[in-house]
Design a protein around this ligand. Structure first.
Ligand code: NAP
Length: 767
């Protein structure tokens, strides 16, 4: 834990497709991320417009494909300009044409919807790496900005500022040859795929809007030592020499050049500094491989980094990003170099082109090259085993589960890992679900049949969030080790040494090490200065959570609650916000996020308890519209909007508990309006449960009966006696009775309960 205040867990530099993809993946994994981008607005230039089959599969596994509509598909690609059929078994064979602007737009919208904090107009100027954090300084629109985080990832392209500022070398070769490329309006030249002419290579493709993308290389012409982009005049002159055509009457929309430079950083991870995309590797953008390679870096890194900054990662998980992706990058760089030779070489390469063309006509060679270009052949070293699935991407397969038909791709949407149980044995499956309990907030366990497919006989298949198979086996031997390696340690293992040997206590054991089942979690309990909110805050803190103690007027009581928690060895902080008034939720989250960030470096909120409430206690005829509105504003409207806002902070596996009242079941004419507010609160559990199920967030209602809360009526013995008689236990409820129920619902043990109503009224009015 860093000794300093942190602004976020991860700073990503660069909001191109790679940075945005990474930001979304980090958020899916529950990590806080700020993305700094020097450009004020997204690029309007669509330089990279090819998405390959593997990238399409990944976008589908995040539910993003429908946003692209049906992009034009071309099964044919090329290898160094030699036609190559890219078709391989995949739902998305071949290449798909999507303008980079659209890819960025979709990824930006997605990352923001998941809660990424994107700051445009911020140019990174300085970067310091300390033992326990990094500090990133940027020039922002309002002046300099300094951010402290646990890690920084350079996704800022070939000229990466992160690389420069950290003094990271970028070894490789300079460009020897170049292609000049432009989008030109108002010209009429024949379309050409890769036309090799006597003096050079020309490519032209006219779009529906009349703009033509031209690219040209003149054989033997060395890449210029450029300081900026080429002028249009230069392009026209080279185009004329190679094709004999005059395009000088056209209007260039943009123009640039790219060479065959080939570079790669030596380590994709150096402590707290990481690189992805073009910041990690520079290559000639042939056949759209650069963008696809970068997006796949991001998807390999995101979930690992999220586990790492969440302090759950096993040793080596984050380093596996370097090990896996550096090797893939090197291989792509090699195939691109080979392609650059074939493409930009003059007549001297014709013989090699002829032989490669002939070899590529044979099926195994074609499939080999297509697998390499499309990214479908990527296989990571995840360990030894007999299954051909190990390390490869899980093929898209239609499954039948007890809940109906679903595809493997759809099962990856949450960004969780996936444990497929294909054994068709309910008893063994029940045992499996139990043994994987500690990982259920990170791994979805699904019993399924995959009849007639390659998966059918696979037994158990563990899949990483990036879709690659991490482990398989007929039985569970070795599964636990694989779960720990890829999905982090269980809480018990992580806290071994502090909790070892401790017994699972009840709330009566006020020792903090009695259970620690919420160790590392954060909680907000609204209205926890007094009553059952206070008891809940104390209980959650005893279970190990860092608790935000919320109040509106009872500052001293809130501070006393915090002091009690701290005295017991727990962690808490107080925040004030009046609920039921304009701006209430904003104020609440300002205090909450500041408090969380300061203590954890993140704004992740694992547990939300909507407890604050006001009673009515007014006869029907005396209830004014103002009083009615006030009751609804505090008791029903505030919880709704608190949940809405908290969705940005709640990670997968989060918990929401709303305090209702036994009065939704037992009549009391003095509390009609109040009971109505609680009836409304109960609806939250039902409907939000459906919405939040895919994120494994549970939401439930707890309905207390009459509960001692320090109001004067509890000092009158006769009144207490009368109230006690309503309960099957012949006593009134104590705040701790409710706190224990809330703590259970907040725990991992309650993972299978959602959308439900728990009567915690001590059997009130059972009849
Ligand atoms: P309590 O002792 O009356 O305490 C109420 C808490 O809510 C206090 O922390 C208070 O903050 C906070 N609060 C009230 N109005 C607020 C507002 N407008 N903005 C922000 N905070 C506000 O409560 P309780 O009796 O333990 O009840 C807790 C929950 O259980 C409520 O939702 C209640 O409706 C429900 N409930 C209670 C009973 C019962 O018999 N006690 C029975 C069924 C259900 P301050 O201290 O700063 O005022």
């Amino acid at each position: 834990m860093p000794s300093h205040h942190l602004d976020t867990q991860v700073v990503v530099v660069g909001a191109g497709p790679v940075g945005l993809m990474l930001a979304g993946e980090l958020r899916l994994g529950g990590a806080d991320v700020i993305v700094l981008e020097s450009r004020q607005a997204p690029t309007t230039e669509s330089r990279a417009s090819t998405l390959h089959a593997r990238t399409m599969e990944i976008l589908d596994s995040r539910g993003l494909l429908e946003k692209f509509g049906t992009p034009p598909n071309e099964p044919r690609g090329h290898f160094g300009g030699i036609p190559l059929d890219l078709t391989l078994p995949s739902p998305y064979p071949g290449q798909w044409k999507v303008p980079q602007t659209r890819t960025e737009e979709v990824l930006q919208e997605w990352a923001l919807s998941l809660g990424a904090d994107l700051r445009r107009g911020h140019e990174v100027r300085a970067l310091t790496v300390e033992d326990d954090h990094v500090e990133v300084e940027a020039a922002g629109p309002g002046g300099p900005v300094r951010l402290r985080a646990l890690c920084v990832v350079g996704c800022d392209g070939e000229n990466s500022a992160v690389r420069r500022l950290t003094g990271t070398a970028f070894p490789g070769t300079d460009a020897g040859r170049e292609l000049i490329r432009a989008d030109v309006d108002g010209i009429d030249v024949p379309n050409r795929r890769f036309e090799r002419l006597e003096k050079g290579l020309a490519i032209a493709a006219r779009r529906d809007d009349g703009v033509t993308r031209v690219m040209v290389h003149e054989f033997g012409r060395p890449a210029g030592a450029r300081t900026g982009e080429p002028e249009f005049d230069e392009l026209c002159a080279v185009w004329r020499r190679v094709t004999g055509e005059d395009i000088s009457g056209g209007t260039p929309l943009w123009i640039n050049s790219f060479g065959d430079a080939s570079r790669q950083v030596e380590r994709y991870r150096d402590g707290r500094v990481l690189f992805a995309g073009d910041a990690a590797h520079q290559q000639m953008p042939i056949g759209g491989q650069a963008l696809n390679l970068g997006l796949q870096d991001a998807v390999n890194l995101g979930w690992k980094l999220a586990v790492q900054v969440g302090r759950k990662a096993s040793d080596g998980l984050l380093d596996s990003y370097h090990e896996e992706r550096h090797m893939i990058g090197r291989r792509v760089l090699t195939n691109i170099k080979a392609q650059a030779m074939l493409l930009l070489g003059g007549p001297e390469v014709e013989a090699v082109r002829a032989v490669v063309g002939e070899v590529a006509g044979h099926r195994p060679a074609r499939e080999h090259l297509a697998g390499m270009v499309s990214g479908l052949d990527v296989r990571y070293d995840v360990g030894e085993g007999p299954s051909p699935l190990l390390g490869a991407r899980l093929p898209h397969t239609d499954l039948v589960t007890p809940d109906g038909a679903v595809s493997t791709t759809a099962l990856l949407r949450t960004g969780h890992g996936l444990l497929l149980d294909l054994r068709d044995d309910p008893e063994q499956h029940a045992a499996l679900a139990e043994s994987t309990g500690p990982w259920l907030d990170r791994v979805t366990v699904t019993a399924a049949r995959a009849s007639g497919t390659d998966l059918d006989e696979a037994g158990l298949v563990l899949v990483r969030p990036d879709g690659h198979v991490a482990w398989t086996g007929p039985r569970t031997d070795g599964l636990r080790t694989a779960l720990e390696r890829w999905f982090g340690l269980t809480r018990a293992a992580a806290s071994a040494g502090t909790t070892a040997g401790a017994s699972a206590g009840t709330s009566a054991d006020h020792g903090r090490n009695s259970m620690s089942r919420l160790e590392g979690k954060t909680a907000l309990v609204t209205g926890s200065s007094r009553g059952m909110g206070r008891a809940t805050a104390l209980r959650l803190a005893r279970d190990g959570a860092l608790v935000a103690v919320h109040y509106t007027s009872s500052k001293e009581a809130a501070e006393e609650t915090v002091a009690t928690i701290e005295k017991e060895g727990g962690r808490a902080f107080a925040i004030r916000a009046e609920l039921g008034v304009p701006g209430d939720v904003h104020e609440l989250f300002l205090g909450l996020e500041e408090g969380l960030k300061e203590r954890t470096g993140s704004t992740t909120l694992d547990i939300l308890v909507n407890n604050a409430g006001v009673m009515g206690g007014v006869a029907v005829e005396e209830t004014t519209p103002e009083a009615f509105d006030r009751l609804f504003a505090v008791n029903a409207r505030a919880p709704f909007f608190i949940i809405q806002r908290a969705l940005k902070n709640l990670p997968n596996g989060g918990r929401i508990v709303n305090i209702s009242s036994g009065l939704t079941r037992c009549a009391n004419p003095s509390e009609i309006a109040y009971a109505m507010t609680k009836g409304a609160v109960e609806q939250l559990a039902l409907h939000f449960a459906k919405l939040l199920g895919p994120r494994n967030i549970t939401i439930n209602s707890v309905a207390p009966g009459i509960t001692r809360n320090g109001t004067p009526v509890f000092d009158i013995p006769e009144a207490v006696e009368q109230m006690s008689a309503l309960s099957a236990f012949n006593r009134v409820g104590e705040p701790e009775d409710i706190a224990d129920v809330v703590a259970f619902l907040a725990s991992d043990e309650a993972r299978w309960i959602t959308g439900s109503f728990v009567d915690a009224s001590g059997g009130t009015l059972l009849g």
